[in-house]
Design a protein around this ligand. Structure first.
Ligand SMILES: CC(C)(COP(=O)(O)OP(=O)(O)OC[C@H]1O[C@@H](n2cnc3c(N)ncnc32)[C@H](O)[C@@H]1OP(=O)(O)O)[C@@H](O)C(=O)NCCC(=O)NCCS
Length: 183
């Protein structure tokens, strides 16, 4: 299976052990972990190495597909995007992502999501991709809406993060909806 996806500004490729330092330097800021469920803050130095090892294993077992988002111009890792919790019976997976702060607001994640969806539907032949976003994470809600996801509901006061309970928006995109948009 082709593992490198190329866009005009970015590439998506599987993680390598040498990515640990770039992941650490980008992800350790509170602005990144703030609206995520699983990224620890403060971010431990060894966490990126562990994440990369876990991702390689998940890829091998067909349980998850994590990609580095690489800027083509600078040839550097600027973020991550992944398809997780792959359920092969229902042919469904969950998409998650983050981008280094200095790269925000340039349409990069919208492009990365488009590429990851192409991989999910065309290569993995999934039927549904789901996603969640904290209700107050305007950028992430917008990324998902722009990519064609439907808001399927809001789970109220669901996640405790930094001492506060947050409402979580649940999104889904079906194979048939994706193919209609990309005819
Ligand atoms: C969410 C995140 C990935 C967005 O990435 P990005 O590359 O900046 O997003 P894009 O540039 O593709 O922007 C997508 C849309 O969101 C809008 N947007 C971006 N930042 C915004 C903000 N702070 N408030 C409102 N809208 C915003 C953009 O204007 C754009 O919409 P438009 O095309 O209609 O103008 C990035 O902010 C991030 O990594 N945040 C921290 C981690 C995180 O929250 N991950 C998601 C967990 S669910």
């Amino acid at each position: 299976m082709e593992k490198v996806l190329a866009g005009s500004e970015i590439l998506l490729r599987p993680l390598r052990p040498s990515d640990a330092i770039d992941i650490y330097l980008n992800v350790r800021h509170r602005a990144i972990s703030r609206y995520t469920e699983n990224i620890p803050y403060p971010y431990p130095r060894k966490a990126a190495e562990k994440f990369i090892a876990k991702s390689a294993l998940a890829w091998k077992k067909k349980e998850g597909y994590a990609f580095a988002i690489v800027s083509r111009k600078k040839a550097e890792l600027i973020g991550l995007i992944s398809l997780n919790k792959v359920d092969w019976k229902a042919r469904r997976a969950t998409i998650g992502y983050w981008l280094g702060k200095k790269h925000w607001g340039k349409g990069i994640m919208s492009a990365a999501v488009r590429m990851a969806l192409q991989f999910a539907f065309a290569k993995l032949r999934l039927n549904k991709v789901e996603a969640t976003a904290f209700e107050e994470n305007r950028a992430s809600n917008r990324v998902l809406q722009k990519a064609g996801f439907s808001h399927e509901g809001t789970v109220r006061q669901h996640i405790l993060r930094f001492g506060r309970l947050h409402n979580i928006n649940q999104y889904g995109l079906l194979r048939q909806e994706h193919s209609k948009r990309h005819k």
